[in-house]
Design a protein around this ligand. Structure first.
Ligand code: DGJ
Length: 732
């Protein structure tokens, strides 16, 4: 709920209150907007003392003609550059006269319930109880208006923020930086937590103590990339799964981003999220508007576990397409590790048939089905089926596969082009490039310049043609390289720095059009694994392939990391072959299933090569997963072990109605003469009884949460154990 306290001389306090948190804005008589508080929920009460109590240094420049009024010591909500705040500003504008000073002051505000989709950008949809505050700030000298839009998700316990700039002057304005969110915390005792990594090692949790100065993470690769997810959290030093103060931001954007935490000389922290200012600029003509993407802001006073559950529920209810929020994800078999590029019709139909026999519901034909593609060196961009390789037309193949009792999905990589392709031969000018400069390939591809609307139209037309002509229920949308050779033949010289953002706007238009036109197709986003996993993508594509590394032990850390933000419902997790194709490890089928059952189970196996007994075991594992699928996909996740220790992981899902509980324990390395600690559950009803499926024993919730379960005798590496409980009314 948004509350207002009007005070004397035009002063106001605006309370953005969720069920568990408050973010308070203070509008002063002179129009500055301060942020005296963000933290656990408080009532709407006069807390102007927070600002009044701040001790002012006398060595800073005066502001506003008042000696004791130093902007640098004030917690602000959208700080400018040019006066007495010498920290990192939230934005940077350059005016036609070369000046760079902007002095934003409060002009008006508007509270309403009609959250609109951001023009051209993904954003979190409104909830039944969400409310919007639009706070209009204005610079009188340059007539520029900046509107901060906050949406308060009361029961979801989250706030989102986006920013819009409108040029109300008669001159051009050049935007060189525009954060989507900027908050000042009156403290610096925090660790910075974020998710870093590389290809096949995505979502590694990194944690480091903040020090005076700027610490940041970001990406200039054209996507968040495998290296950094657009997520950062400032957490109090004692924070673990259940304790500690957490201030988290996640960016609803899939391109270059920067998240920064600046600890100033007064031990305060400025925390920002936005489009990366490197290689970004935007020219705003008189009368034009620029809309920055949305950032999601979550406060948890109960550690990372609560933070994650807030993100999970918000993203399931209000971010992913509503039609997929309640739809169970199919168990799929993906052909990539089974065949790579080497397949023919009989093999595919047989593989699909075997997949159906073990219980898979969807067969996904990965790379290699189009043009003359038999390796990475050709055909990306030519989205015409290779009928020779497919042994006929695509609809015929799909019909034969469907006859085996399984649905069909297809892989695309729409944003790239092979130099050896008809598309490139016809339109060499469509790739990102600078004339006269060496054009660099990566995975034998160039990047199409999606800042050019014609290129986007081609993608819509060529992908739409295939989706419209066959029964395809799932698309794996891949993107296998980052941006180099930034340069657009379409944009004028003075707009070249708009390219990366215009690319994203183009991509979002493509996705919006295709997902609207084919609403029943389940799109999975992939970028060589988890190279572009962010809320922006989830808005269109409610499933993500989080890594090309399918080794169960490697996956533990990555799934743990991705689950900090992204719900189990969106996470594709596959059982793959042993020895594993990335690591050479051999883990039991049981452990591979246990790990993959954290999210949406899939198979990445060549069942044509596997013997009958193993296939029976696989079928049993798939059947086991289907029993807990609704709990995993729509339930509540509690992580039990894994944040500190690298050698024990445990997590549990409690179904929406609380009636089923699925618990998993995994220990990567056995070690002799060690006592394994009991595993204490959480999130249960203390007085209810829970019947263990394996032996029928009924435990009391209190017992499971305090005494816990024994992981058993561990005599092997990659050890796992899973339990399923049904809630029964009576406890023992
Ligand atoms: C990278 C993806 O992450 C893989 O799963 C697979 O689809 C390949 N691309 C295909 O080229």
């Amino acid at each position: 709920m948004i509350g207002i306290l009007e005070k004397e001389a035009g002063e106001k306090l605006l309370f953005l209150n969720t069920c568990g948190a408050s973010l308070v804005l203070q509008i002063t008589g002179s129009g500055y907007v301060f942020m005296p508080y963000w933290g656990g929920r408080i009532e709407c009460t006069d807390i102007r003392y927070v600002i009044a109590d701040i001790t002012r240094g006398s060595y800073l420049a005066d502001a506003n003609g008042q000696k004791d009024f130093k902007l640098e010591q004030m917690p602000q909500i959208y700080p400018s550059h040019g006066y007495s705040d010498l920290r990192e500003p939230a934005f940077a504008f350059v005016y036609e006269d070369g000046s760079r000073i902007t002095d934003l002051r409060y002009r008006s505000h508007w509270i309403h319930r009609d959250k609109e989709k951001l023009p051209g950008l993904p954003s979190v949809r409104p909830a039944d109880d969400s409310e919007v505050l639009e706070l209009v700030l204005y610079d009188d000298v340059k007539q520029v208006e900046v509107t901060l839009t906050f949406t308060v998700y009361e029961s979801h316990d989250a706030i989102t923020q986006s920013v819009r700039v409108e040029n109300k002057s008669g001159e051009k304005i050049r935007i060189e930086k525009l954060c989507s969110a900027s908050v000042d915390l009156l403290n610096c005792e925090y660790d910075l937590l974020h998710l870093a990594g590389a290809w096949a090692r995505e979502f590694q949790i990194k944690r480091r103590r903040l020090e005076q100065g700027m610490q940041s993470l970001g990406s200039t690769r054209g996507a968040g990339g495998h290296g950094q997810n657009p997520f950062a959290a400032l957490i109090s030093p004692e924070t673990d799964e259940d304790h500690g103060n957490v201030y988290a931001m996640n960016f609803v954007y899939s391109g270059n981003f920067l998240a920064g935490a600046e600890v100033d000389m007064h031990q305060n922290t400025r925390f920002q999220m936005g489009i990366h200012p490197f290689d970004f600029a935007w020219t705003l003509l008189p009368g034009e508007r620029f809309q920055a993407p949305e950032a999601v802001m979550v406060y948890s006073g109960q550690g990372l576990g609560r933070m994650s559950r807030i993100f999970h529920k918000l993203y399931r209810d209000c971010l992913i397409p509503a039609r997929f929020a309640r739809r169970e994800r199919p168990v799929l078999l993906n052909s990539w590790e089974a065949n790579y590029f080497d397949f023919h019709k009989e093999g595919l139909v047989s593989l699909a048939g075997e997949a159906a026999r073990v219980g898979a519901e969807l067969f996904v034909l990965d790379d290699g089905w189009f043009g003359k593609r038999n390796d990475t060196t050709s055909s990306v961009g030519d989205w015409a089926p290779n009928e020779e390789k497919l042994g006929g037309t695509l609809p015929e193949l799909i019909r034969d596969i469907e006859d085996k009792g399984i649905a069909f999905g297809l892989w695309f990589e729409p944003e790239m082009v092979s130099p050896d392709s008809d598309l490139y031969r016809a339109h060499p000018e469509w790739v990102m490039q600078v004339q006269g400069r060496r054009l660099e390939m990566s995975r034998d591809e160039y990047v199409l310049d999606l800042s050019n609307p014609e290129v986007c139209d081609y993608i819509i037309e060529s992908i739409g043609r295939i989706l419209g002509s066959c029964h395809i229920v799932y698309v794996k949308w891949d993107m296998n390289r980052n941006f180099t050779n930034m340069g657009s033949g379409y944009l004028s010289a003075d707009r070249q720095k708009e390219q990366a953002h215009r690319y994203m706007l183009g991509l979002y238009r493509v996705m919006e059009t295709l997902t609207d036109r084919f609403p029943d197709v389940l799109f999975e986003s992939c970028a060589g694994g988890g190279g572009r996993c962010d809320p922006g993508m989830l808005y269109y594509m409610p499933q993500v392939w989080i890594s090309d590394d399918t080794d169960a032990m490697e996956r533990l850390r990555m799934q743990y990391g991705s689950s900090l933000i992204y719900p189990s419902l969106v996470m594709g997790c596959h059982i793959s072959e042993v020895p594993n194709h990335q690591t050479g490890r051999q883990e039991s089928l049981r452990t591979r299933t246990a790990v993959a059952s954290w999210g949406n189970l899939g198979l990445e196996l060549n069942l044509n090569r596997i013997d009958e007994e193993e296939k029976r075991n696989i079928a049993e594992e798939v059947a086991f997963y289907k029993k807990i699928r609704p709990t995993v996909q729509f339930g509540t996740l509690y992580r039990l072990k894994g944040l500190q220790s690298g050698n024990e992981y445990a997590w549990m899902h409690v179904s929406e109605d609380g009636r089923q509980v699925a618990v998993t324990y995994v220990r990567p390395l056995a070690s002799p003469n060690t006592v394994s600690r009991r595993l204490k559950l959480t999130g249960l009803c203390p007085d209810a009884g829970y019947r263990a499926e394996e032996d029928g024993r009924v435990y009391c919730g209190r017992e499971l949460m305090n005494v816990g379960l024994s992981p058993g005798k561990i005599r092997t590496d990659a050890y796992s154990r899973q339990w399923v409980f049904e809630r029964v009314e009576e406890s023992r």
